[in-house]
Design a protein around this ligand. Sequence first.
Ligand SMILES: [Zn+2]
Length: 266
Amino acid sequence: MRARALLASVLALALLAAGCGDDDTRRLRSAGPPSPVASGALPADPAPAATPRPTHDTPTATPLRPLPTAPPAGLRRTTGVHGVALTFDDGPSPVWTPKVLDRLGAAGVTATFCVVGAQVRRHPDLVRRIVREGHQLCNHSWQHDIDLGRRPVAEIRADLLRTQRAIRAAVPDAQVPFYRQPGGRWTPEVVRVARGLGMRSLHWSVDPRDWGKPPAETISKRVHTAARPGAVVLLHDGGGDRSATLAACPGLIADLKTRYGVVGLR
Ligand SMILES: [Zn+2]
């Protein structure tokens, strides 16, 4: 009896899916629990069309400045001490950030979270947890505009301030001592604006390219090979499926702890 009922509902679903329009597809999808990947991806703004976007949200009509041929002065790439630092970019993500925080807590280390303003606005509770557990915050722009440094200075400033305000709305007395330019596409202008807002420009010295979603072992191996005393390691807790980064964390952290020690950035 149960098998027949199951068969009937499977058939009904199949018929619905086969002949359905968009509405049915949406209804079918919304019936099940959200998949980790779907909810881990950066969600669309809830009402992008209804609210007029502020000017700094849209690319300016002004032509972009060219990127400098050499990185500008004033980028921080090392911890300044023997220990190495971990940095996690593009969150907070409701799927991955809590798990990363769990791993860091289990290992007894702290890290720096380079947060995206739009994500901060959606998940202020996660920013509170990051701060509560002793980690450092870094401004990573409002919506991860990799060309931000090439835009007019007023737009750069408005973007960084908007992100700063979202962080302070979550944690009123939050310290945000660092800014990290999305894509590492630094310009002297963005470094100067960040400094004017009290933030040092934080780059990195080890990039295991976890954004390309290699297997966890590859991420660990790349960090192991490239790490030196004082290294700043770039990892990601947001912006997509971070299961490989998460899986790499315990081994990678244990390795760095043994060889150099893991320190928070100061
Ligand atoms: Zn990023």
